[in-house]
Design a protein around this ligand. Structure first.
Ligand code: SIN
Length: 303
């Protein structure tokens, strides 16, 4: 038996690490780097209803304790992705397809197309802080998030649906609960934390979009708290994301309640082999601490 293996919404993962959405893009060659680096599953960059170039540079900056980005959801648009889907069939690990829209109807359209391509899961990005018209607005209100889930579930067939939640609301637990009630099969928590950096010599925001989403080690305690609280409120599995760069971080996230662990900025800090490194560090810790299976770590920190 593989002690690191976990099941997530019907997919068997060789280890709990998952490439988080938005880090290595959408193409086969980009996602293959995470598979080769040891990831248990990979998530595409969010796919949108039409072509979108995203925000002007600078869109990403490394700060002292994390990364600040405002990419602005660049996407080729779902209809331009047929060739890429054919290539993605060659992936050996499960592929999670992240999607976004500017309206509930957009989500329906993109989800209907993507579901036909049979990804292992559709992840609804209702939480991007980096555009005026998409994103967080859907994730702020339980009823609005639930309406996106309900609509997507009408067209997603047998493909499980997960919802990526924003920490930029005090209602994250209520949103998670509403999504579960609306039929979501999983929760992904968390997307980036709203942030900003200013170049004091230039007297200007560093990012062209001015504000952005903060990720990396500094947000791990925020993510751990969100996952811990969501785990107590829902029964569906959680993909825990936020600041995981080491095996110890991944174990902490699972003990908080995550079934699998997303890694995003960790790719910047440790390279695309971060997934294999984290898995190996988990294996060593489990061995040293007499833990027989990664599955037994899930929610272990709860009373
Ligand atoms: C972006 O494209 O701006 C980041 C995506 C996200 O935070 O959801």
């Amino acid at each position: 038996m593989n002690p690191l293996g976990v099941s997530f919404c019907g997919s068997r993962l060789r280890n709990p690490t998952v490439l988080a959405s938005g880090i290595l893009g959408i193409t086969f060659n980009q996602l293959k780097r995470a598979e080769d680096g040891g990831a248990g599953a990979v998530t595409t960059k969010s796919i949108g209803p039409e072509e979108r170039v995203g925000n002007r540079n600078p869109t990403c900056v490394a700060l002292q304790h994390g990364m600040l980005n405002a990419m602005g959801l660049p996407s080729p648009g779902y209809e331009a992705m047929d060739d890429e889907w054919r290539q993605l069939k060659k992936m050996k690990v499960p592929v999670f397809a992240s999607i976004y829209g500017a309206s509930v109807e957009d989500f329906r359209r993109v989800a209907a197309y993507v579901a036909e391509k049979k990804p292992a899961l559709i992840e609804l990005n209702v939480s991007c802080p980096n555009t005026a018209e998409h994103g967080q607005v859907f994730g702020f209100e339980p009823s609005v998030a639930a309406s996106v889930v309900e609509t997507v579930k009408e067209v997603s067939g047998r493909v499980p649906v997960s919802v990526k939640l924003t920490p930029n609301t005090y209602k994250i637990v209520a949103v998670a609960r509403a999504c579960e009630e609306a039929g979501a099969d999983a929760i992904c928590a968390i997307n980036t934390v709203a942030g900003m950096a200013i170049n004091i010599e230039a007297r200007k925001p560093v990012l062209s979009f001015k504000k952005g989403g903060y990720s990396g080690p500094a947000i791990k305690p925020i993510a751990i708290r969100c996952v811990y609280d969501i785990y107590e409120a829902v029964k569906i599995p959680i993909l825990g994301v936020g600041g995981v760069t080491t095996g110890r971080d991944a174990i902490e996230m699972m003990q908080a309640g995550a079934t699998a662990v997303g890694i995003g900025s960790g790719v910047y800090y440790r390279g695309p082999n971060v997934f294999g490194l984290v898995a190996e560090e988990m294996r060593c810790w489990m061995h040293a601490n007499g833990v027989a299976s990664a599955k037994s770590l899930i929610g272990a920190a709860h009373d």
